[in-house]
Structure formats: structure tokens, C-alpha cells
Design a protein around this ligand. Structure first.
Ligand code: SOE
Length: 383
């Protein structure tokens, strides 16, 4: 058996994202055995000790902490994984960078552009490896879309269209804030669907189609007041329940983006479509192993949308899994991100999106909020 280098993980936060990341750390060694590094689940941190203990037992963490500062101070932790609600990302990342830890941060990078800028400055000063968990890039069909676009098959791009639709907050008596509902509290989340859902669409778009230069946006909060779970009082809702924007990309193409938690019938429908001069591509999270492709060069009698089942060993990541024809799921995108992070440590390369790259998404988010507030077009000041 070859000796592996240990990457000792300290996970902060043990909610839904803590589970997806932990599953990634556990699975990577089975499916990417060639990697020199292997994660070791050293410690998990939650303010509630019983919660941390239960999580540690379920996922195999060696120890628990109840104070994230104590976790960062430990010299048996190499990498800090931030899975807390958004209001803690900046403080933890800046402290972890100062302590010389590698950082893996859940998306969105932070609540505001200011916080994100401070995080980028801290991490670049410390020169520590870092990545932000925009996981959808690493679904094989999405990575294949990137390869097809980069090969030039689409030619000049005219249109980029993306949606992320959910329906879980329609009920007006759903409280806001507190455990499980912090995404509804602007103080904690920073924004509503913009940071939570559209940030995914923006990250993918910047990766596939380059930078966004100007935006024109609208937001709406359909339920104006909700009971706050922590105070018990009815309070104003300050998040965007829905957010749509149109934009221009620096390659000359036009973009349309929509996200909402009020699309009855949709639980997590992320879709995108890109139309180029020679070909088009579309993808749908509900059928995540498939990429649809239309090639205008096909013989006219055969022309039509191809449905590519992205499960072949020649296609991105798929030689790691089963046999052609057998699909994988949402959770595999996190396994792939762990594998790519470990590989980047081996190569001395960076693992995209880095904090610096995720900062570009934050700039677009800020321009979207500013545009919706003022009713005018806004520049993103894209790098
Ligand atoms: C919200 O419901 C959520 O879980 C997001 O926080 C995730 O980032 C997204 O991938 C799925 O939806």
C-alpha cells in the first residue's frame, strides 16, 4: 500500500453542506486512489456540543470543538472547511488564513462585496491554498459543456440563459431566521435567492462564457413580514424572494438569469442554455447526467437536439465511477471538488473557483442588487 500524505480537515458547521463535504472527503480515497493526498477527518465544530458529537460519530471525525477559534488554533489541522451560515464566512476565513490554514469555503463567498474583498486580501497575503464550493461546475455534463465551448464548437456566443427555481418559501407562515431558516434572514445570509441560488448560475456562467460587464436587475419580496424564529416577533423580511437580471458579457453575448423560491412545483431546478453561431448547448439539474447539444453542421436530414448521456469513461470524471450508461448524482460534484483540490496540492496549481475567482461572482451580485435598488443599469467592474 502506498503511503498517502494526510490532509487533516477541520470542518466548521454541521448542517446540510457539512454532510455533502464530509461525504466528499470520505469517498475520494475509494474513487481517486492515485492521489498523493488523502483527507483525514480530524475535527468538526458546532456551537452545540451534542450536535458536533453526533455528527462526528456519524461521519467519522476524530474529535469535536465548540469554538471555531479553538479549531483554527490546533496544529493538527491543515485545512479549514467553512460550512457555517454566510455571516461567519469572512471572520473565520480571515482568522484561518492568518493561522496559515488552507481554506475551503461554502458558497457564496460572503454576504457583501466588502467582506469578500477582505477575505481575498487575507488569503492572498497568507498565500494559502483555497477554493469555494461552487459544486455544479464539477458535474460531468457541466464540465463537458465547458470542454465543448472551449473547443470552439459553438463559435461566437450570442445568448446565455440560466434559471434556478425553487418553491419552499411560498407559505406565508414559514418563519424567518434561526436554525434551518437562516437563508431567509438578510442579516445572516446577506441576500436571498441572489446569493443562495443565482450565485451558482453566475459562477457557472463566468466559467463557461467569460466575464459579465453590465447588468439590469429586478428583485421582489413577496411576503413582506414573517415571524422571526429567534425573537418570536413579526419582522420585516429583507431578502429577495425572487431576482432576475439581464446582462452583457464581455464576449458580446447577452444573458438572462432568473431565480425564485416562488416557482410552485420546482424544488431545485437549475438549467442553462447557451446559443452560439454553430451550435447550442443546454443542461438541466433534474437530469444531471445529460447534456443536450444541437450542431448546425449535422446533415439536414439528421439535424436535431442530441441528448448526450454523459456516463462514458471518455467524458469528464466518469472513468472514476461505474461502467458506461450508469449515472452518478449531485453528491459526486463534491467528491470531484475534493479530488481536484487534492490534485492542486500535488501540482502546486490552484483549485477553481479560488476566493479571487469567487470574488468576480460577488461583484456581479453587488451590481445586481445596486441595479435593482436604483432601477438602472450597473457596471460590474469585472476584472
Ligand atoms: C438552498 O435550498 C440550496 O440548498 C442552496 O443553498 C444550495 O447552494 C443549492 O445547491 C441547492 O439549494
Amino acid at each position: 500500500m502506498t503511503t498517502k500524505k494526510a490532509l487533516r480537515i477541520g470542518l466548521i458547521g454541521c448542517g446540510f453542506m457539512g454532510r455533502t463535504h464530509s461525504n466528499g472527503y470520505l469517498r475520494v480515497k475509494n474513487f481517486f486512489p492515485e492521489l498523493a493526498y488523502q483527507p483525514v477527518l480530524k475535527a468538526v465544530c458546532s456551537r452545540t456540543e451534542s450536535k458536533a458529537r453526533a455528527f462526528a460519530e456519524q461521519w467519522g471525525y476524530e474529535s469535536v470543538e465548540t469554538d471555531w477559534k479553538a479549531l483554527i488554533a490546533r496544529d493538527d489541522i491543515d485545512a479549514v472547511d467553512i460550512c457555517t451560515p454566510n455571516d461567519k464566512h469572512a471572520e473565520i476565513a480571515i482568522a484561518a488564513a492568518a493561522a496559515g490554514k488552507m481554506i475551503l469555503c461554502e458558497k457564496p463567498l460572503a454576504r457583501t462585496l466588502r467582506e469578500s474583498a477582505d477575505m481575498v486580501a487575507a488569503i492572498e497575503k497568507a498565500k494559502v491554498p483555497n477554493t469555494v464550493w461552487y459544486n455544479y461546475r464539477r458535474l460531468p455534463a457541466v464540465t463537458l459543456a465547458k470542454q465543448i465551448i472551449d473547443s470552439g464548437k459553438l463559435g461566437r456566443i450570442f445568448h446565455y440563459r440560466a434559471n434556478f427555481l425553487q418553491d419552499w418559501t411560498i407559505n406565508a407562515s414559514l418563519p424567518q431566521g434561526g436554525e434551518g431558516l437562516w437563508r431567509m434572514d438578510a442579516e445572516v445570509a446577506g441576500s436571498g435567492v441572489l446569493g443562495d441560488l443565482l450565485s451558482h448560475c453566475i459562477d457557472t456562467a463566468l466559467w463557461l462564457n467569460g466575464s459579465i460587464t453590465t447588468v439590469s436587475a429586478m428583485t421582489e419580496t413577496f411576503v413582506k413580514e414573517r415571524m422571526h424564529q429567534l425573537t418570536g416577533k413579526v419582522e420585516k423580511v429583507n431578502i429577495d424572494d425572487a431576482c432576475s437580471f439581464m446582462c452583457r458579457f464581455s464576449n458580446g453575448s447577452l444573458g438572462l438569469f432568473e431565480s425564485t423560491r416562488y416557482a410552485r412545483g420546482h424544488k431545485a431546478l437549475y438549467t442553462f442554455e447557451i446559443n452560439g453561431e454553430h451550435a447550442s448547448i443546454r443542461w438541466d439539474l433534474h437530469d444531471l447526467n445529460r447534456l443536450e447539444f444541437f450542431d448546425n453542421a449535422d446533415a439536414s436530414t439528421l439535424k436535431g437536439w442530441r441528448s448526450i448521456h454523459v456516463t462514458d469513461g471518455d467524458q469528464p470524471y466518469m472513468n472514476k465511477w461505474w461502467v458506461p450508461g450508469l449515472g452518478i448524482g449531485y453528491e459526486h460534484s463534491f467528491v470531484h471538488q475534493v479530488a481536484d483540490f487534492l490534485k492542486s496540492l500535488e501540482d502546486g496549481s490552484s483549485c477553481s473557483p479560488t476566493f479571487r475567482e469567487a470574488f468576480e461572482t460577488q461583484k456581479v451580485c453587488q451590481a445586481v442588487l445596486d441595479s435593482a435598488d436604483t432601477g438602472t443599469w450597473k457596471d460590474t467592474h469585472a476584472a
